[in-house]
Design a protein around this ligand. Sequence first.
Ligand code: SF4
Ligand code: SF4
Length: 304
Amino acid sequence: MSTEDGPGLRTTVFFKGCPLACTWCHNPESLSPKSHVEWLPVRCIGCRTCESVCPQKGIRLDETGVHTSEQCTACGACTAACPTQALEMKGIDDTVDALFDTLMKDRAYWGGEGGVTLSGGEVTLQWKEALQLLQKLKAAGVNTAVDTCGFTQWETLQQLLPVTDIFLYDLKLFEDDLHKHFTGQSNAQILDNFDRLTAACRETGKRIWVRTPIIPGATDTDDNIRALAGVVRDRAEKWELCAFNNLCRDKYERLGKTWAFKDAKLMPKARMEALTALARESGAPCAVWSGSTALEDSEKEERS
Ligand code: SF4
Ligand code: SF4
């Protein structure tokens, strides 16, 4: 029941594994291609059932919580045995046929505009399976969207193009050194693929939306938005500036990781409006913004 991953009401499949490592990543559970067990402390009663059922001795409870080790094979025995559902498996191995059957159960609510979005992580890391799934969906008359960071071989996007109705393409930072700093990779291939994909979409009548996460202290500068506007221009149907949110803070805690943006504040609404206006003035009339913003002083007063 996704409303933000393409047109209409959609079902989104999150593929695991990503070639980038954005410091602000909102889906940290998708970074690793492997399945893993996540522990929810508020539900745990400390019964140690998980330890006793694990065939690999891959999980233990100590004074700091429940931890899995390298020995874990993601067999799922502990998640099934935990009496309080304090353990969840993140990531499942599925066949294309089984996943297709699961997705088609949602068909009733897609309506005329909605459909299925493949997201992640990064879909193109498992592009052969994604291609098979998209082919089956198209054969069944389903609208398909692919959400990509663009960091992949052009030939991969080219293969997905005939069975994808709309691409959701992430452009994060124009300046390459900053891109390397915040994502771990150069953006040269991403920008090159964007040129090729927008041309191919124009030729084939496919749709493309661009998305830029507006991250305080990283992507939210005038220089970045002005430069990205020069890339997007009129080549996308929509360029969505997505306001930073901190809803993923708990995910990092559950993964035992420190999130660089855990104390970052939401973007002010006025700043999102100003960046959107700047994007439009700089040559990208399709720019819009989305997401929650910090309460303005006047709103705070109204509510108090
Ligand atoms: S089985 Fe569940 S409730 Fe018991 S210690 Fe393990 S995680 Fe906690
Ligand atoms: S998923 Fe299986 S191998 Fe991994 S910790 Fe749980 S019981 Fe052990």
